[in-house]
Design a binder for this molecule. Structure first.
Ligand SMILES: *Cc1c(COP(=O)(O)O)cnc(C)c1O
Length: 361
C-alpha cells in the first residue's frame, strides 16, 4: 500500500496548536491531517492518502450506519527525552486489528500497512505530541463497512482511516475509581464479539455504564455471561488484583477466556510486573473472591489498565450484594510502581528491555 502525502496546506498556527494541546481532555481536538484508504472486494486495497483532517460525506444508506460493521484501535505516541517521538507496540495493535477485522467479516489490513499509515500520520503531525510525562498523542485507526445498500451481508466496500488527538492524563491517577458490578447486563458472551475491538461492544455497554452512574459509581465491572460470577473487565479496560504485600505480592489478572478483550496494556503489565520481581498469574477471579479477599485483607490493591488511562486504581466496589473497599480507598504502592514503570518505558526514561517502542522521529 503506497501512501500519497497531500498534507493540509493550512495547518494550525503554533499558538493555536499550543492552546489546543494545553486544553487537555481526550478527543476534543484533532490534528491537521488524517489517513484514508478504500477497499473493494473486486480490487482489494487502493493506495492510502494522507490529507487535511475534515468531515466526510457518506450516503444515508451506507451499511455501517444500519448494521454497525465497524472496528477500531487505540494506541499512543509518546515524547522522548531527546525530543523524538515513539509509538508504543504498534505491531501488537496491527495484529489485533486484523483479528477484529476477521471476526467482523471486514477485510484484513497488512500489519506493515497499518504501522506505515500510523507512522506517516504521526511523523506529519509530530508537533501535536504533548511534551509532558503522562501526556501523549492518541491515535485512532478504524475501519467501517462503506458499501451503499441495506442488504444484510458482509460489505463489499470498506474504508480505513487514522485520526489523532492530543491526550492529557485520561483518569486522575491519584484518585481511585469506584465501580458498579453489573449482574444484570453483560458485555460479551461465548461465541460473540467480546474479543474484537468492535464499536457495537461499546454501544451495548452504555446502558450499564448509565446504571453505574445512577448507583454513584464511575465505571461498570463486567461478569461472565454464563454464570454471572467471574470478573472479566471494567468498562473498556482490563483488571488487575494484587494479593499480599511487598516483594511477596502476586499480581493477578483474569485470564483470556475468549470473551475478554486482549489488552496490550494488560499484556505489557504481565511482563513489567514479572521484571519488577512479582509473581504473576492469569486466572479466574469470582465476585466472591473479590469481596472475601478484600474482607480478609488478602487483596491489597486493584487497578484497571488500558491505553487511554494506562493504569487506573480501583477503590470501592458496589453490587447488589453490598459495597466493599480495597485498602484505604487510595491508590496502592504496587499499582503506582507499575504505572510509573510502564510510563517510564513509554517515555524513554526507563530501559525498553522488550523492544516495545518504535521510534518515529
Ligand atoms: C481497548 C480495550 C481494552 C484495553 O486494551 P489496550 O490495548 O490495553 O488499550 C480493554 N477492554 C476493552 C473492552 C477494550 O476495548
Amino acid at each position: 500500500m503506497k501512501i500519497h502525502l497531500n498534507p493540509n496546506p493550512n495547518p494550525e498556527s503554533d499558538s493555536g496548536r499550543a492552546t489546543k494541546i494545553a486544553a487537555g481532555g481526550f478527543g476534543k481536538y484533532y490534528t491537521d491531517n488524517l489517513v484514508v484508504a478504500e477497499w473493494s472486494e473486486t480490487t482489494g486495497w487502493e493506495d492510502a492518502e494522507l490529507k487535511a483532517y475534515g468531515p466526510i460525506s457518506i450516503d444515508p444508506a451506507t451499511s455501517v450506519l444500519h448494521y454497525g460493521q465497524e472496528i477500531f484501535e487505540g494506541l499512543k505516541a509518546y515524547c522522548q527525552p531527546d525530543g523524538g517521538v515513539s509509538l508504543f507496540r504498534p505491531v501488537a495493535n496491527a495484529e489485533r486489528f486484523r483479528r477484529s477485522a476477521a471476526r467482523l467479516a471486514l477485510p484484513e489490513l497488512d500489519t506493515e500497512d497499518f504501522v506505515a499509515t500510523v507512522e506517516a500520520l504521526v511523523k506529519q503531525d509530530h508537533k501535536w505530541v504533548p511534551q509532558n510525562i503522562g501526556e501523549s498523542l492518541y491515535i485512532r485507526p478504524f475501519m467501517f463497512a462503506s458499501e451503499v445498500g441495506l442488504g444484510v451481508r458482509p460489505s463489499n466496500h470498506a474504508t480505513y482511516m487514522v485520526i489523532t488527538t492530543p491526550a492529557s492524563a485520561y483518569f486522575n491517577p491519584n484518585k481511585a475509581v469506584n465501580v458498579w458490578i453489573s449482574t444484570e447486563y453483560v458485555r460479551a458472551a461465548p461465541g460473540g464479539t467480546g474479543a474484537a475491538k468492535f464499536g457495537g461492544n461499546y454501544a451495548g455497554s452504555l446502558l450499564a455504564q448509565k446504571q453505574a452512574a445512577a448507583e454513584g459509581c464511575d465505571q461498570v465491572v463486567w461478569l461472565d455471561a454464563t454464570e454471572r460470577r467471574w470478573i472479566e473487565e471494567m468498562g473498556g479496560m482490563n483488571l488487575y488484583f494484587i494479593k499480599g504485600k511487598g516483594k511477596e505480592a502476586t499480581v493477578l489478572t483474569p485470564k483470556l477466556t475468549g470473551t475478554l478483550l486482549a489488552g496490550i496494556t494488560r499484556d505489557s503489565i504481565l511482563s513489567v510486573a514479572k521484571d519488577l520481581g512479582y509473581k504473576v498469574e492469569e486466572g479466574m477471579i469470582s465476585i466472591d473472591d473479590w469481596r472475601d479477599g478484600v474482607a480478609s485483607g488478602e487483596i491489597t490493591e486493584i487497578f484497571a489498565c488500558g491505553t487511554a488511562a494506562v493504569v487506573s486504581p480501583v477503590g470501592s466496589a458496589k453490587s447488589t450484594q453490598g459495597t466493599w473497599t480495597t485498602g484505604d480507598g487510595n491508590p496502592g504502592p504496587i499499582t503506582m510502581q507499575i504505572r510509573e514503570t510502564l510510563l517510564g518505558i513509554q517515555h524513554g526514561t526507563i530501559e525498553d528491555k522488550h523492544g516495545w517502542n518504535k521510534r518515529v522521529i
